[in-house]
Write a protein that binds this ligand. Structure first.
Ligand SMILES: Cc1cc2nc3c(=O)[nH]c(=O)nc-3n(C[C@H](O)[C@H](O)[C@H](O)COP(=O)(O)O)c2cc1C
Ligand code: SF4
Length: 678
């Protein structure tokens, strides 16, 4: 590794960072009672052990009571944080990984109806479109107390033994002072750039007074809001220079863009289908202009791009944050010469979108992430080698095969299609979602490496499976779209999958009834609208596409809005009937009392899948457990020991959509937690 730019140590003041890879600050919403307890620590220690040089913990750790934890942030204003952060830091240090934390006051980027119901505060009254809280305008005493709060929090982190801190200044209170769009104060904290930066320099001065000149302090900030009337690139470069010249800042962690809307946030943190490393050149420019150490992260998913970022001199430290969520062992794998075995982040953004909607970050691709206390990132070998037969090579089946093979079992996979992938293969046909196929490719190549036998074009029946003389059978046959939801005219509707697979030709005037709220409806709409057709997506929900979630919707909505696709919420499709060569869609509402009709030429129904479970039921009688799963054991991570039929010759389980229509994470998680103890 001596020549690899990524493995050149980096000297930041007195701190030697052992390589150039870092995890940037991100709040996975794992705190318990606002504290980074065991789960939180295990998450960071797993990555520290694998060799990352620096982990920037938290994400928006709150310095004040009136910055309530809108996504379960760490409460850095409480003294008890010191003990928890010390434990985390000590354990990461044991593995040679430096630890810092991001501190912030969220300003208007939170809600008053969280925690203590204090008014949110900002240098102006304008609310943030995302969080929708109308702020109180800061008074002098707010500024004085928040400056103290920052310094108190910094002192706590120093007491906990952290190597440093960074202050968050993109979309939060600090840069709400900077931006003309949010700062509506008069002097001394509003008006000129000098005045708008005063709050930041007050905080830096107070931190330096309390923590001394050696403590490492950086700023993570937007160098260009990229928003009419906001901070321009020139403003950003000027701010960068002033941060450098003040002599109180040891590194700059550069962001480009604004995060006050879902779309803005998505440009700052790009998701799948968006450009790789879009702001790397910009970060490089800041480094060139200032000569200050520059850190940066934004969709640098693969090691080659990270290496380029360092080799080209654009960055000093490169953030691979979601990449480390998908694979915590990136550094260890590079060091072992196994770069090609890294589990790639596919940009699905389930992690980030879920901190609001699901209450904690989980990785679509890696169910052990965030569950380090219960689920293995590396599956241990079993004591006894068994023969495991898996039916179905979608995400669930492949994960089951991968985990079983890693346990040392003999594994045979039957797949009816030509290729592995199941539903994911269909999803990945939309160019914007092409990265999804890596979920399959990674698992497939791991399976091949471990000698799993694949039988493609094998439509296995019970006899085929029993002929393999299995010890364990895992049915992962997935599901088929269920469209029979109408009171009349089911045969006149096609499914979203029919559109995606090409089995149905797009119409010209199309109604998509989306009762599942997942990607299929959006992708079908995109495909149909691309032909120039008129498309309306209707849902009985109050919101569109709830399963896709906020940032992941951005690229889709951009595409659909360009093509004038319309959304109708709170209306439902009741029936369809034919009228000559047209279809009449009968529309109703859960709120009752109203019906409408639409003339269209195609109706698409998206209503999830029904399990393909015939094989499972055919295999039940021959199994020892009759398909029963002991949920207590499953959740506790214990082996399955149910015996309901002592004559049975194998254990039988089904996983993923073969049980019920869910999502890819659920399918993979089913497989991991079951098979890790087989
Ligand atoms: C779950 C999650 C939470 C995040 N929270 C924060 C945060 O609180 N503060 C912050 O500065 N960045 C936050 N980020 C952004 C990351 O630091 C990083 O900039 C972003 O993920 C892009 O880098 P990547 O493409 O390497 O993941 C968060 C990211 C994720 C995935
Ligand atoms: S959920 Fe998607 S974006 Fe997030 S870490 Fe996992 S693969 Fe990457």
């Amino acid at each position: 590794m001596s020549n690899d730019p990524l493995f050149q140590p980096y000297q930041l003041k007195h701190l030697t960072l052992k390589n150039r890879l870092m995890i940037t600050s991100h709040e996975p919403a794992y705190p318990e009672d606002g504290m980074p307890k065991d789960r939180y620590r295990a998450y960071h220690v797993e990555r520290a052990r694998a060799g990352v040089a620096l982990t920037m913990t938290a994400g928006s750790a709150s310095v004040a009571r009136d910055s309530p934890p809108v996504f379960n942030n760490i409460l850095a204003w409480k003294d008890e944080v010191v003990g928890w952060m010390k434990k985390l830091t000590d354990e990461c240090h044991d593995h040679g990984c430096a630890v810092m934390i991001q501190l912030t006051h969220l300003g208007r980027r939170t809600r008053w109806d969280k925690a203590d119901w204090l008014p949110v505060v900002s240098p102006g009254h304008e609310r943030e479109p995302s969080h929708k809280a109308f702020p109180k305008k800061t008074e002098d005493w707010d500024i004085a107390r928040i400056v103290r709060d920052y310094a108190d929090a910094a002192e706590r982190m120093q007491a906990a033994g952290l190597d440093g801190i960074e202050l968050q200044a993109y979309g939060h209170l600090m840069d709400q002072f900077w931006s003309p769009l949010t700062n509506d104060l008069d002097g001394p904290y509003g008006g000129s750039l000098d005045n708008r930066l005063r709050f930041t320099f007050d905080i830096l001065s107070e931190i330096r007074k309390r923590c001394g000149p050696d403590f490492i302090v950086g700023v993570r900030y937007t160098g260009d809001e990229d928003l009419p009337g906001g901070l321009t690139k020139e403003d950003g470069l000027e701010i960068s220079r002033r941060l450098k010249d003040c002599g109180m800042v040891d590194f700059l962690n550069v962001i480009k863009g604004h995060i006050d809307t879902d779309a803005g946030l998505t440009d700052v943190i790009p998701v799948q289908g968006m450009r790789s490393a879009p702001h790397l050149d910009f970060a490089g420019e800041v480094r060139r202009e200032t000569g200050v150490p520059v850190f940066h992260a934004a969709k640098i998913q693969d090691v080659a791009t990270a290496r380029h970022a360092i080799a080209s001199g654009k960055l000093d430290m490169v953030g691979m944050t979601r990449a480390h969520m998908a694979d915590p062992h990136i550094v260890a794998k590079i060091l072992r010469g196994e770069e090609d075995r890294i589990r790639p982040c596919v940009g699905a953004n389930y992690c980030l979108d879920r901190i609001y909607q699901g209450g904690m970050a989980l990785c679509l691709h890696n169910p052990a992430t965030g569950r380090e206390l219960e689920q293995p990132q590396e599956v241990p070998q079993a004591d006894t080698r068994r023969r495991v037969v898996v039916i179905g090579a979608g995400p669930a089946g492949l994960e089951a095969a991968r985990v079983a093979a890693a346990r040392g079992h003999e594994v045979i996979v039957h797949e009816a299609a030509n290729d592995p992938g199941g539903q994911v293969r269909l999803t990945a046909q939309t160019p914007r979602r092409a990265e999804m196929i890596q979920l399959i490719q990674w698992r497939f190549s791991e399976c091949e490496r471990m000698g799993v036998t694949f039988r493609f074009n094998s439509f296995a029946d019970a006899e085929t499976v029993q002929a393999d003389r299995p010890d364990v059978v895992i049915v992962a046959t997935g599901g088929l779209p269920h469209t029979e939801v109408l009171a009349e005219g089911n045969a006149l509707a096609v499914s979203a999958w029919d559109i995606l697979s090409g089995d149905a030709t797009p119409g010209e005037n199309v109604l998509i009834y989306d009762d599942a709220g997942d990607y299929a409806a959006l992708q079908a709409a995109e495909k149909i609208a691309a032909t120039g057709a008129r498309v309306e997506i209707m849902t009985r929900d109050r919101n569109i596409s709830p399963e896709v979630m906020a940032m992941s919707l951005t690229p889709s909505l951009r595409e659909l809005q360009k093509r004038d696709v319309t959304f109708t919420v709170t209306w439902k499709l009741d029936a369809v009937r034919r009228d000559g060569n047209r279809l009449i869609a009968q529309i109703g509402s859960d709120y009752g009392g109203v019906t409408r009709e639409r003339q269209v030429d195609q109706v698409v129904v998206n209503h999830g899948t029904r399990p393909l479970d015939d094989l499972y039921f055919d295999l039940r009688d021959g199994s020892s457990n009759l398909g029963e799963v002991d949920y207590e054991a499953l959740v506790a991570g214990d082996p399955q020991t149910v015996v309901r039929n002592p004559e049975g010759t194998y254990q039988l389980f089904r996983i993923g959509d073969a049980v019920a229509s869910r999502n890819t994470h659920a399918a993979i998680y089913d497989a991991l937690r079951l098979v890790k103890v087989v």
